[in-house]
Design a binder for this molecule. Structure first.
Ligand SMILES: [Zn+2]
Length: 603
């Protein structure tokens, strides 16, 4: 995860535009666009730095005061971008140099939500959004309404779904959590109307079309592109689904159908979006990797700082410059004893010019070791594009930033651990099935979920799906893509999409789908450049200067070029390609074929 950057604003509210209404501004000249963009870049830099500084202090020292300071800095930044976006439409019809046109387009599509210019409607929309977020944030399910001690929030629900194996309790918790969202339905429908109105005012067909316009192709073509990618990986998903269903049927009996959809509450996650938690139920026999990195880190007393230095060393082995002195002085690596902090790992670029940091409460675990490599990926990306205009200091599309960190994490292979002296000998390839199954449960199982959230929202924004069909279409999509079903029929008295954070919070979701696809494509490209001849899951780009050079060529473009250009700089191709996933999981896929002989696949 990275922190909010300029151009990647999560929520934009056009609430302060009334001053310009009623006046006709003179037709701008082409030269005005340059002056306008210079001002945008300077202002976004200044307010962005202030926002980052306030945010950093808040997250590393949580008090009511730092909360207030951070909220003010956020609002100032958001208001400024909102004003600029509206202003930018003045230049819509002018002939401009390509670079300026792109800056204007990037600015306009950086919005996630636009409030209508009518002040009453604008205020109504802002109020609705705050209410939706708070309804989710305060969401609780209480087994006994009279006793607050029996109430579970989303963290409790998450733990329960991950660890409990009693189907009755899992079902109750699943149904319980989904009681938080029906009160959101009316607000959500009104939010759709009003945000669409705002999107139309700046020239988009609806809010969904505005989201799809970020991808350097016509919105409808982008939809088709996602379908194409999904169809590349769908056969592998079907196998994983069939195998997991079979093993869950062994465990839970007839409640899991032999050839139908899997009940949504049995997959270890309240949304059935990642299934890694049920690994013990579906584990590959005799495929334990034979070593535990967590044990090794502890035994060898590799502390948090050593772990970060090891991560940095991966990047310098590719030819990247070492991290600046300030990174080591200013990052937060361990949980402080004397104050509250946000421990969720994140990567920051405070001044957009190299004051990069990570914020983590590092434990000596394999998971955190991988997360360090992931977070540093953001930092090296941020530093690579620091010479671009401020508007372009972001990833090539919103899938790229998350993908880079994960790409590097894929290079943390047993052979890499041997090379850096943490492991004496890499386990035999036959042991890979365990690791691959674990990864597949999270990364392959996620793909249909990552896709369908926005499939549903785009239809809703476009008016193809009305509030009378919200829940029906939601479950149609979950059946179609994920092959899962609710424990009992879910009529329109429910609003099940609202039980997923990103819907009431209005965060676009396609980026997570793209990141999962791209990381394997990047990994395959790096492996090829590094001349790796091992199976793809055993390849590491470690120490390949050539791979580093090509990676840097992509990273340093930032958002300045259409994403196919950036993709081409690393991979040599202009199309996203999910077949790298098929290559990576080939050994698991072959093993699944064996297990599924004569068994039902699909639903
Ligand atoms: Zn990340």
């Amino acid at each position: 995860m990275k922190n909010v950057l300029a151009g990647a604003v999560v929520l934009i509210v056009l609430g302060t535009l009334s001053c310009a209404r009623g006046q006709t501004s003179p037709q701008p000249a082409a030269g005005d666009a340059k002056a306008f963009l210079d001002n945008v870049n300077q202002t976004m830099l200044k307010l962005g730095v202030e926002q980052n500084q306030a945010g950093w202090v808040q997250q590393t020292y949580i008090t009511d005061d730092t909360d207030a300071v951070a909220a003010r800095a956020n609002q100032r930044y958001i208001d400024a971008v909102a004003r600029f976006v509206k202003d930018a439409t003045r230049f819509d019809k002018l002939d401009l140099p390509a670079d300026q046109r792109r800056q204007l387009n990037v600015l306009k599509t950086s919005l996630v939500m636009v409030t209508p210019s009518d002040p009453r409607e604008s205020e109504e929309l802002t109020t609705i959004m705050a209410r939706l977020e708070s309804a989710y944030g305060k969401g609780k399910w209480c087994t006994n309404k009279a006793d607050p001690d029996t109430c579970l929030n989303i963290d409790d629900i998450t733990k329960l779904m991950a660890n409990d194996r009693n189907p009755q309790r899992l079902r109750e918790a699943w149904e319980g959590w989904h009681t938080i969202s029906p009160p959101m339905k009316k607000d959500y429908a009104r939010f759709v109307e009003l945000s669409n109105k705002g999107a139309r005012e700046i020239g988009f067909a609806d809010t969904g079309a505005m989201w799809r316009s970020k991808y350097d192709m016509p919105p409808d073509e982008f939809t088709k592109e996602l379908d194409r990618l999904w169809n590349q990986v769908r056969p592998l998903y079907l196998k994983l689904h069939a195998y997991v269903r079979m093993r869950l049927r062994d465990k839970y009996g007839d409640v899991v159908p032999a050839n139908g959809p899997i009940p949504a509450y049995l997959l270890g996650n309240i949304w059935a979006q990642e299934w890694g938690n049920i690994y013990p139920l579906v584990a590959v026999p005799n495929a334990d990797p034979g070593y535990s990195l967590t044990d090794i880190l502890k035994r060898r007393k590799v502390g948090p700082l050593d772990m970060v230095r090891t991560g940095e060393h991966f990047y310098t082995s590719l030819g990247f410059d070492p991290l600046p002195k300030t990174f080591w002085e200013r990052s937060l690596f361990t949980r402080p004893r004397d104050r509250e902090v946000v421990c969720h790992a994140s990567a920051w670029d405070l001044d957009f010019e190299g004051d990069v940091r990570i914020k983590m409460c590092i434990e000596q675990t394999a998971e955190d070791f991988t997360t360090i490599h992931h977070e540093l990926g953001h930092n090296f990306y941020q530093r690579a594009y620091k010479d671009q205009p401020v508007i372009f200091r972001d990833s090539a599309n919103d899938g790229f930033h998350e993908a880079i960190g994960d790409t590097i994490a894929l290079s943390v292979t047993p052979e890499y651990l041997v090379k850096i002296g943490l492991l004496d000998k890499a386990p035999d390839a036959s042991r890979d099935l365990g690791l691959l199954m674990r990864d597949a449960l999270d990364k392959i199982a996620f793909l249909p979920f990552g896709l369908l959230i926005d499939q549903w929202r785009w239809k809703v924004f476009a008016g193809e799906v009305t509030p009378e069909q919200y829940n029906k279409v939601w479950w149609d999509l979950r059946l179609k893509y994920q092959g899962i079903a609710p424990p009992s029929p879910r009529g329109e008295e429910w609003f099940d999409p609202g039980a997923k954070y990103h819907v009431p919070d209005n965060t676009p979701y396609t980026r997570y789908f793209l990141a999962r696809i791209l990381q394997f494509q990047f990994h395959r490209a790096l492996a090829k450049i590094a001349e790796c001849t091992a199976p793809l899951n055993r390849c590491s780009a470690y120490e390949s200067k050539e791979a580093g050079k090509r990676l840097n060529a992509m990273l340093s473009m930032g958002l300045s070029r259409p994403w196919p250009d950036a993709l081409e700089a690393l991979t040599g191709t202009r199309q996203m390609d999910a077949t790298a996933i098929i290559d990576y999981f080939a050994p698991l896929s072959a093993w699944l074929d064996e297990q599924l002989k004569g068994k039902p696949v699909g639903w």
